[in-house]
Write a protein of this length. Sequence first.
Length: 256
Amino acid sequence: MTFHTRSAIRWLLLTATASAAGSVVAGEWTYTPRLSTSAMYTDNVLLSSQNPQSDVIFQIRPGASVRGEGARLQVAGDINFDRREALNGRGVESNNRQWQGQGTAELWEDLFFFDARTTSSQVNVDNRLLVTDDNRLGGANANSTTVTTYTVSPFLVHRFASYANVDFRPSYTSVSNERDENAGGGQAFANSTSRQFNLGVNSGQFFSKTPWGFSMNRSNVELDTGVTNKFNRMQFNIGYRYSRKWLFDVTVGREQ
């Protein structure tokens, strides 16, 4: 981790750490709670080069993990909550969350599936500025934002005997951040929504001598700034297997 030379922060003490964790298992499901606490002393709590002030920051982090697997369902998730508060106040209190989760369900055996994913975490807004670990801690110098994503994707996978394999995956993704554009430390990221679909058809074992494949990819990303980015690609390839060591392949396609 690096810091701006004018606002270097020196951590002198990291102590009073405690944790508790346990597991509750029921069948194919596992739930694991956890809790940690800590106290940190700094001689420049506001990252100020003009008026550095010392303080003690207390932190508590509860969290939990869940894992589940059934005949047609798989789920995994982690969530953490972070509460920080300075001993003398100074306006650096914060509540932050982090999570990641994903799940896949088989809606029609060996044919139709549904996938969902979500994440939420803090990222740096501008790597050229101060690096902080909290988008509120540090006041106007804050240089991070909480980015949250959601993705849903129904998809179809099917094998036509030994002739061909088909994989069709449309998806919808939403990306948002909670940082005010007027906050110090750089501009916030643009929120976006994207719609994509990917289609792949590949030859099966029947065409082992002349393997072939077709793919089509389309993407449409809309930013809340009014900008729209589109991408389309389509390609087809066919080959001839001369021997176990040699395969001649030709690919044609189009991108825009």
